[in-house]
Design a binder for this molecule. Structure first.
Ligand code: GAP
Length: 535
């Protein structure tokens, strides 16, 4: 038996077992979180001081997995595209940048408090949850009917004629229209009224005793330096993108870049999230991998469609299964965008955003031109004219990507002997440790032979040497951290210069010449293998 979260969610029955399955998912999510701590992937920050809310540290395994994810992204941008280059800009930036970008005035979440439980919620999230409830009701009715009618079931006809489905669909559509309008108008009173009209209750107190909705800015601020007039208020960047925008001219000129071209960056971002939950899904300090692609005005929607497709391909190339991904096109566009979509991944707690793709128009560059007073125009030699480029942005959270990879990889398997093995079926190129080298016993020259092998492989692969405990226990330890291959050195190895190579997922072993190990393993664990799927 094999339980993998994302798989079972994708195939969950929509019937009375639903709640049980949901509970099981929650259980598995809890197990994943403790697995992360037990095996050195993720620790709560400041753990010995009881942690710091929504801040996490990556341990010895986590940092390797995270670095491999970043390398996969970076290489897919900077190696595969001749017209994309990278930068690494500072976290602290001139405070006017955040005024120009609109973050000082508009980087807000609408908040509402329940007066009885004293709990604080995002008003938009409460309403989105309500929309999801209507969807759930409709899907339940459809699933029930499908079961009742069997093969002869015509879903489209059922959806367009069944009274209850039509009623719920009508309510959902009306709510959706009202909600979108309230968001687009920035109408906080209307958001509150929707919560009241929909009779949304606080999950803690169960009451509908709500405060007004008010805006809350998510940027952290601090002070820099000290002058006679006082220190300067600076912000911790809430996105890495602005570091790219303000360096656009530097890179374009020094790199002699021609439109279309892109600038990629990986770095930390900070947001004072109101509701920090779901482990590393929503953090206050996190990392982003962002790429701004500068294009001719008027061509942006074509490029948007291209990047939407390219980014989905990047995700699917990891091999977790196409049913783990979907697009979510935005109803409410950010102040800078004329098209936007999210790539959502099936997490243990449902489909959630991992990456955003935005057509950001010329908003940011125009604003920086206005606020800095410096020209940011590009002279296009083919058109013989100057313009401010339009921008397509791809923006993915490293930590959310990390969580999606781990949740799709975490498995519990019941073996023939009744034992359970916990394993991470990580794509080999992302695995923190690529192979473990183990002498079968701790004597007879086997450790020396194993060390010799390790010394030739360690330059190319992250290896672990392990001679403690039974071979079975050692395999289990490697399975738990997702090591794709284990090499066992036995007595015969001393004579025939061969070892057994064990595959993590199949547990199959093959006899392989030591001289060939390097090329066999390199082929299977290299990031190049996945990158080739992208072109
Ligand atoms: N520059 C555009 C931008 O920052 P965003 O949708 O706010 O857009 C992009 O963020 C990505 O950053 C998200 O898709 C998500 O993966 C990640 N992200 C955003 N907020 C996060 C948080 N509080 N914790 C972890 N990841 C976050």
């Amino acid at each position: 038996m094999l339980i993998s979260y994302a798989w079972s969610l994708a195939h969950r029955p929509i019937n009375s077992l639903f709640t049980l399955v949901e509970m099981a998912q929650e259980d598995i999510f809890k197990k994943l979180v403790s697995h992360c701590k037990e095996y050195g992937f993720v620790f709560p920050s400041s753990d010995i001081y009881d942690g710091l809310s929504a801040v996490y540290d990556y341990g010895q395994m986590g940092v390797e997995l995270k670095n491999n994810i970043k390398k996969y992204w970076w290489d897919s941008m900077a190696l595969l595209h001749e017209n994309i280059v990278g930068i690494d800009s500072a976290i602290f930036m001139h405070p006017t940048i955040w005024k120009a970008s609109g973050h000082v005035d508009a980087f807000n979440d609408p908040l509402i408090d329940n007066k009885d439980s004293k709990k604080r919620y995002r008003a938009d999230v409460l309403i989105e949850d309500q929309l999801a409830k209507y969807d759930e009701k409709i899907n339940k009715d459809v699933a029930k009917a499908a079961k009742r009618f069997g093969e002869s079931f015509d879903e489209a006809q059922f959806r367009s004629t069944n009274g209850r489905v039509l009623e719920n669909q009508g309510k959902r559509n009306a709510l959706h229209i009202r909600f979108t309008k309230a968001l687009n108008d920035g109408n906080l009173e209307e958001l509150r009224q929707i919560i009241v009209d929909e009779e949304i209750t606080c999950p803690i107190s169960g009451t509908r005793n709500w405060t007004e909705v008010r805006q809350f800015n998510l940027m952290f601020s601090t002070e820099m330096g000290s002058t006679a007039d006082g220190a300067m208020k600076v912000y911790l960047r809430p996105e890495t993108a602005q570091g790219i925008f303000v360096n656009y001219m530097n890179v374009q000129k020094t790199g002699r870049m021609k439109i279309p071209f892109g600038i990629a960056q990986i770095g930390k971002a900070f947001r004072n999230e109101i509701i920090a939950r779901q482990f590393i899904f929503r953090m206050r300090e996190f990392e982003q991998m962002e790429m701004q692609f500068f294009v001719r005005p008027g061509s942006e929607l074509e490029w948007f469609a291209k990047w939407k497709e390219l980014r989905m391909k990047w995700h699917k190339a990891l091999g977790f299964g196409d049913n783990h991904y979907r697009y979510h096109d935005h109803d409410k566009l950010a102040h800078y965008a004329n098209a936007a979509t999210d790539i959502e991944f099936l997490m243990p707690f449902g489909f959630k955003e991992v990456e955003g793709i935005h057509s950001r128009t010329d908003f940011d560059l125009s604003q920086h031109e206005k606020y800095s007073g410096k020209s940011i125009k590009y002279f296009d030699p083919e058109l013989n004219e100057s313009y401010i480029p339009y921008v397509i942005e791809t923006s993915i959270g490293v930590d959310r990507m990390f969580l999606s990879v781990l949740s799709a990889s975490y498995c519990e398997e019941t073996l023939g002997n009744g034992e359970t093995r916990v394993l991470l079926k990580l794509p080999a190129p992302l695995a923190p440790v690529k192979l473990a080298v183990m002498p079968l016993v701790k004597k007879d020259g086997l450790p020396e032979k194993a060390r010799e092998i390790m010394d030739t492989l360690k330059f190319q692969f992250h290896c672990q040497y392990d001679e403690k405990d039974s071979i079975g226990k050692r395999y289990r330890r490697q399975d738990a951290i997702g090591t794709p291959y284990c090499i066992t050195v036995d007595h015969q190895s001393l004579d025939d210069n061969c070892v057994t190579l064990r595959n993590r997922d199949t547990m199959q072993q093959e006899r392989v010449a030591i001289a060939e190990l390097n090329s066999i393993i390199a082929d299977r664990v290299s990031i190049t293998g996945i990158l080739k799927k992208l072109i």
